[in-house]
Structures are given as structure tokens and as C-alpha cells.
Design a protein around this ligand. Structure first.
Ligand SMILES: Cc1cc2nc3c(=O)[nH]c(=O)nc-3n(C[C@H](O)[C@H](O)[C@H](O)COP(=O)(O)OP(=O)(O)OC[C@H]3O[C@@H](n4cnc5c(N)ncnc54)[C@H](O)[C@@H]3O)c2cc1C
Length: 407
């Protein structure tokens, strides 16, 4: 099957399709669903090294890792992601400042090229560094070997700190990064003036006490129908943010929690995306370097508030200085802001174009896994190694994203 793909008729491997944009789409071409290729090949319980087929879902990997006292080296905000997807986007988590992105813990992987070649590649091999964060374009990842991280329990000791304006986020993040492995902040995008970017800073470490019970696989609540269009208008976004802010303020202080609600809050609600209605939504995630992050994030928030299209889910997080393993990895040292915007057509596209200008001026870049519309110039400026990367692209593979940004 893989050998039937060619430059004239390119294919694309996909995992659980949790990328928001078009990097996992290949209109008019073949798509190879890797989710059935999901066996664990080996797991060394003494040193935490797991080798598994690329279609293995992180949720399933945790069912084996956690009872043995290990955890994923880092994890995105959903456990419904495959190993192949985690490598192809070099995904990051709340512990980026401490552990780097997923690729930093990958020790070896097997790649199938569409000319029939199969290669095992490891750190130091240029094809390895093109494949990590390589958007599925360098070949089909057959299996991945990674180093898990030891955990004393399945629980986290955390604390929440509320702040009244976005400037305070930066001071809190600088203070907490040395003592907490997991950090992130939730930001209110509907308040302005002295309360611009008020939010809650969450920080946590693995708790030294508690059992090693993994999460339950069943989602807890369901959104059975697309919500009607009026549900997330500016007023409801403001009300939603306000209530959430007040509730969290009451929880200000320390807490002890299982990893599941802390690391995977959205996984508790099946099909949460339906809350945005039938027209769906856009994700927008950027990272700005340390020198411009304060001013840039403030400017982004001002622009969002002025547009009246406040995002109900906005997350701020600092990335650490660890050099990424991938040529096209998204994380770089600085502050990342992730937002959802309900799709209101032209109005929303105009807002995102305004945000693009601020990100570009600040020397930042956008996350391909969360993008379905960034202009080619924006991608090429944000990922200066993209030209070098082209040499590693398998001519039998392509995606809608790649055709759009690299022509
Ligand atoms: C609720 C939610 C929260 C998220 N939070 C985060 C976060 O905190 N941090 C973060 O970094 N990301 C986050 N993401 C994005 C998600 O982690 C990535 O998009 C991830 O790559 C999705 O993996 P997937 O298995 O669904 O792959 P898909 O979306 O199906 O594919 C993603 C890419 O991987 C390639 N690919 C997949 N399998 C293979 C394979 N076997 N061989 C070669 N290429 C392959 C595809 O071609 C494509 O380019 C989040 C997504 C959601 C829905």
C-alpha cells in the first residue's frame, strides 16, 4: 500500500485526528489510518523505556505505565492522541519548562518511506530530527521508543494563584518555574482596562503519597448535539469566564488531585467541540520570545477584547530554553498563548489576521497542529529551517497544510 503512493498521488498517515487544522488532511489523496497499528512491543519496567506501534493512543499507554510507576515524559492536554501524532507535532505539555517537548524523550523510531525503504533512526541522525515535528511528511512512523518519567503516585499536589492583570502572569511564571514541574494559566479574554488578562495560575508537582491507579477510560459527560449558535456569543463568553474566575478564586490555594482532571480537563466531556455550534471554531496558538512576550501578549489580548470575540478557553504557558529535537518543532523559549474562536466567518478571519501581525512583529510563530489558515509567509518566517526540511520530505507524502504553506 505504502509503495503505491507517489508524488502524483501522495498519501498521508493520520492518527486520532486531534490536530485542529489541515495538517492531518489530504483532500483528493489517500489517508492511511494508523490507529489500528497499536501494539506495545516492549516495556522495561525497571528503566521506563517503552517501544510501541505508532497508532497506540496515549490514553492506553498510560494504562500500562501508571500502575508500574511511570508516566509519559510530557503530554498534550488530551490523552486521545497517538504516539505517531505526538512525534509528528513534537507535542508539548504543562511541563515543557522542565522536560522539553515529546521528541526530547524519543530514543529511536522506525520510519517507512514510500519507496519501500524501512529505517530505524535515532538522535543525531538528520532524518530523525526532521521526523520529530515533521508533520508526517518524512515517512510513516511504524513504532516509537521513548523514555517515560518515574512518578511516586498518580496524584499531583497543586496550587492555584489568581492574578488581576496579565502583567502579573509573567512575574508568577518566573517565580513558580523553579519549584513546579507543571505550570499553566487560564486567562479571561473578555475583561479590559485594569483587569485585562486576569487569570488563574495553576502549578503542580507529583505527590509523594497516593496509589498508582490510572484514569477511567469512560468520558464523564457528553455534548450530544451541536449547541445552537447563540450559546457562545460575547455575552455568554463573558459570563462563562466570570463564573469560572470566581469559582477558581474560591479554590485559591493548595489541592491534591488525580492526574486526569489536572492534565486532561477536556477529556472529561465527550465531544466538547460541539459546544461551539455547527460552524465550529478556530484554534489559534502562538509563541512569542521572552524579549517581546510581555508587550506582545498584552497587545494580543487588547485586540481580542476590542473585537468582542473573546475566547472562552485561553491558556498561557511559558516554554523553557531546551532546544527542540525537531527542525520544525513549534516550541521555542518564550510564552505561548492558545485560544479558541467560534467561527463567525470573515469577522473571525480578520481578527486572526490582526493577531498574525502582532505575532510576526514580536518575532513569534504559530503552531501548525492548531492551524488551518496561516499564510505561507507567516509559516516560512516562523520556521526558518523549512527550506532545509524539504530535503527530507518523502515525495509520496503530502498534506493540505504543507501544500498551502510550502507550495
Ligand atoms: C483537547 C486538545 C488539547 C490539545 N492540547 C495540546 C497540547 O497541550 N500540546 C500540544 O502540543 N498539542 C495539543 N493538542 C494537539 C494534539 O496533541 C496534536 O495535534 C497531535 O499531533 C494529535 O495527534 P493525533 O494522533 O490525533 O494525530 P493527527 O491529528 O491524526 O495527525 C497529526 C500529524 O501527525 C501525523 N501522523 C500521525 N500518525 C503518524 C504516523 N504513524 N506516521 C507519520 N505521521 C503521522 C499526521 O500526518 C499529521 O501531520 C491538543 C489537541 C486537542 C484536541
Amino acid at each position: 500500500m505504502v509503495k503505491t503512493l507517489s508524488a502524483e498521488s501522495p498519501g498521508l498517515a493520520v492518527g486520532l485526528r486531534r490536530s485542529y487544522g489541515d495538517s492531518n488532511l489530504n483532500p483528493d489523496g489517500r489517508v492511511i489510518d494508523m490507529t489500528g497499528v497499536d501494539r506495545i512491543i516492549s516495556f522495561d519496567r525497571r528503566n521506563g523505556v517503552m517501544r510501541a506501534e505508532a497508532g497506540l493512543c496515549l490514553s492506553q499507554a498510560l494504562q500500562v505505565l501508571v500502575p508500574a510507576g511511570w508516566f509519559l515524559p510530557t503530554t498534550p492536554g488530551t490523552r486521545f492522541v497517538t504516539l505517531g501524532g505526538a512525534v509528528a507535532n513534537d507535542v508539548h505539555g504543562k511541563n515543557h519548562h522542565a522536560a522539553g517537548a515529546f521528541g526530547a524523550s524519543v530514543t529511536r523510531l522506525k520510519l517507512l518511506r514510500t519507496d519501500g525503504a524501512a529505517q530505524e533512526i535515532t538522535t543525531g541522525d538528520p532524518l530523525f530530527h526532521a521526523t520529530v515535528g515533521g508533520l508526517g511528511l518524512t515517512g510513516l512512523i511504524a513504532w516509537v521508543e521513548f523514555r517515560a518519567t518515574p512518578i511516586p503516585s498518580a496524584y499531583l499536589d497543586g496550587e492555584d494563584t489568581s492574578f488581576t492583570r496579565v502583567e502579573d502572569y509573567f512575574d508568577i511564571a518566573a517565580e513558580k518555574k523553579n519549584s513546579f514541574e507543571h505550570t499553566m494559566a487560564w486567562i479571561d479574554c473578555s475583561t479590559k482596562g485594569a483587569k485585562l488578562g486576569r487569570g488563574i495560575f495553576s502549578s503542580a508537582n507529583w505527590a509523594p503519597y497516593g496509589d498508582l491507579a490510572p484514569h477511567l477510560e469512560q468520558p464523564r459527560r457528553n455534548v450530544p448535539l451541536d449547541a445552537p449558535d447563540f450559546t457562545l456569543n460575547a455575552l455568554t463568553v463573558r459570563a462563562f469566564n466570570s463564573v469560572r474566575h470566581e469559582l477558581k478564586r474560591m479554590r485559591h490555594g493548595p489541592y491534591h488531585t488525580h492526574y486526569d482532571p489536572f492534565l486532561y480537563p477536556l477529556d472529561g466531556i465527550a465531544q466538547w467541540n460541539r459546544l461551539y455550534g455547527a460552524k465550529g471554531f478556530y484554534q489559534y496558538q502562538c509563541v512569542l520570545p521572552p524579549a517581546t512576550a510581555r508587550g506582545g501578549v498584552t497587545e494580543l489580548l487588547k485586540t481580542i477584547v476590542a473585537s468582542g470575540q473573546g475566547s472562552p478557553l485561553a491558556v498561557l504557558k511559558d516554554f523553557g530554553p531546551n532546544l527542540p529535537a525537531g527542525m520544525l518543532s513549534f516550541p521555542m523559549e518564550g510564552t505561548t498563548l492558545a485560544l479558541d474562536f467560534r467561527n463567525q466567518g470573515e469577522r473571525t478571519l480578520r481578527l486572526m489576521a490582526d493577531l498574525d501581525r502582532i505575532v510576526a512583529e514580536a518575532g513569534g510563530r504559530l503552531y501548525p497542529a492548531k492551524d488551518g489558515r496561516m499564510p505561507a509567509e507567516m509559516f516560512q518566517a516562523g520556521f526558518p529551517k523549512w527550506q532545509d526540511f524539504r530535503a527530507y520530505v518523502d515525495p509520496g507524502l503530502s498534506s493540505a497544510f504543507w501544500r498551502r504553506v510550502a507550495g
